[in-house]
Write a protein that binds this ligand. Structure first.
Ligand SMILES: [Zn+2]
Length: 151
């Protein structure tokens, strides 16, 4: 009897919350349809855009920079600075916006930055940025979309 009671209790255990959209399960074929070829080359294929090619490098309005693939907010315009590198640069991401991993792909140790939600490649972070963090998040503008702050 006690066994049956336990089985019954298990059957009525609350169901897990409805799964959130699984961005990391989106296939490369699907990403090819959703992204431009330039976005795909960076976000899914770890490419790097030509320096100076992104209009976002010269973007100076207040607002938020989001992932071009999944639209997760990644950086505030408040943390953007002129790095002179030709790539949009920030000294700090928004909380829980990006993840980092080691990248030795060019025989030099670099820290890769990718979107926390979809895993898309964004750029790299270097320890030569300005205060207060001393970090330089060197981003591919094509991997970002800018949302101006509402006036
Ligand atoms: Zn993303």
């Amino acid at each position: 009897m006690s066994f049956l009671a336990c089985a019954g209790a298990a059957a009525f255990a609350p169901l897990p919350a409805r799964a959130a959209y699984d961005w990391k399960a989106v296939s490369n074929d699907e990403w090819r349809k959703r992204l431009t070829s330039a976005q795909y080359a960076v976000l899914r294929d770890h490419g790097t855009e030509f320096p100076g090619s992104s209009p976002l490098e010269k973007e100076h309005r207040a607002g938020t920079y989001a992932c071009a693939a999944c639209d997760l907010a990644l950086y505030s315009s408040k943390t953007k600075f002129e790095s002179g590198t030709g790539w949009p640069s920030f000294y700090e991401p928004l909380p829980h916006a990006v993840d980092t991993s080691n990248d030795n792909s060019i025989g030099e140790e670099r820290t890769e930055v990718h979107c926390h939600r979809c895993g898309g490649h964004l750029g790299h972070v270097f320890p030569d940025g300005p205060p207060p963090t001393g970090l330089r998040y060197c981003m591919n503008g094509v991997a970002l979309q800018f949302h101006p702050a509402k006036a």
